[in-house]
Design a protein around this ligand. Structure first.
Ligand SMILES: C[S@@+](CC[C@H](N)C(=O)[O-])C[C@H]1O[C@@H](n2cnc3c(N)ncnc32)[C@H](O)[C@@H]1O
Length: 259
């Protein structure tokens, strides 16, 4: 089953000036924005990005040999909540493997409709917190409705930009991108910002459809190989920890902030 093509309207919608930060789902304090990003790697390619004609699903913008996908419009939010997703992605198995602890601070980057946000919020409990970040205010509005419907009060929404996740610095135990990183249009900058938000030793987790396996029914640009993710993270102040192969269609690629 291929993901419906909700992506074509997304750049237009975003360009309509949707840059204000939404309020929190719970009445928690607004987090400070990032500052003092880590020194850039000396191995950065020049130019960082290449532009050339690409595929219909892509931006015609390339990073380290990978074409970046269009991001998914909020008009596709229902697809994120499809009932069969439980079987296809097995979020319970994913979250068990991540061993979230009560009191943890989580950043759900590209949180979409909040499919993972409220589940993680329940695991970290009221002494913990989930920052639910997205670049589309409409997604965050849907997310707040879903979070409230699940009786969760420890989710704070953050409207980021494509170059700055606007997460607090040195504050996050675990940042997670679920089906998001392949569509970040400034992948280098967004990961720098997320790395800055991690506490020393904090983890950064990518859950992506496996690009190595052709049978997985998602468009190629919406999958990533482990090798590509690791190549891109080698430019960041991160070290690879492990890759988990426990989900039917996705791999779980885990890094830790280097200090
Ligand atoms: C396919 S959806 C996945 C949503 C959610 N993680 C889930 O698993 O249900 C991708 C989401 O990433 C968001 N996104 C795309 N680029 C982003 C960026 N640079 N920073 C934050 N969110 C981004 C999109 O707006 C969209 O809501």
């Amino acid at each position: 089953m291929n993901r419906p093509d909700f992506t074509r309207l997304a750049p237009l919608l975003f360009s309509l000036g949707l840059a204000a930060c939404l309020g929190p789902a719970s009445p928690a304090a607004e987090p400070p924005s990032t500052s003092a990003l880590p020194a850039p790697s000396s191995a950065l390619p020049t130019p960082l990005y290449e532009f050339r004609p690409g595929t219909p699903d892509g931006l015609g913008k390339w990073f380290l040999g990978r074409e970046i996908a269009h991001y998914m419009s909020h008009q596709g939010a229902m697809w994120l909540e499809r009932p069969e997703r439980e079987d296809e992605e097995q979020p319970t198995k994913l979250l068990d493997a991540l061993k979230l602890q009560p009191g943890n601070v989580i950043a759900d980057v590209g949180a979409g409709s909040g499919f993972l946000s409220w589940r993680m919020a329940k695991r970290v409990g009221t002494h913990g917190l989930v920052y639910a970040n997205d670049i589309q205010p409409e997604m965050l509005a849907i997310l707040r409705t879903n979070v409230t419907a699940h009786g969760v009060t420890n989710v704070v929404t953050i409207l980021g930009t494509t170059t700055d996740p606007k997460l607090p610095t040195n504050a996050v135990d675990l940042a997670i991108f679920v089906d998001v990183y392949h569509e970040c249009d400034h992948p280098y900058e967004i990961i720098r910002g997320v790395a800055q938000s991690l506490k020393p030793g904090g983890r950064l987790v990518f859950v992506e459809y496996r690009g190595e396996e052709q049978w997985i029914p998602i468009k190629p640009l919406h999958k990533m190989t482990e090798a590509q993710v690791r190549k891109e993270m080698a430019l960041q102040p991160l070290e690879w920890v492990e890759t988990l192969h426990l989900l039917p269609r996705q791999h779980v690629i885990i890094f830790r902030r280097k200090d």
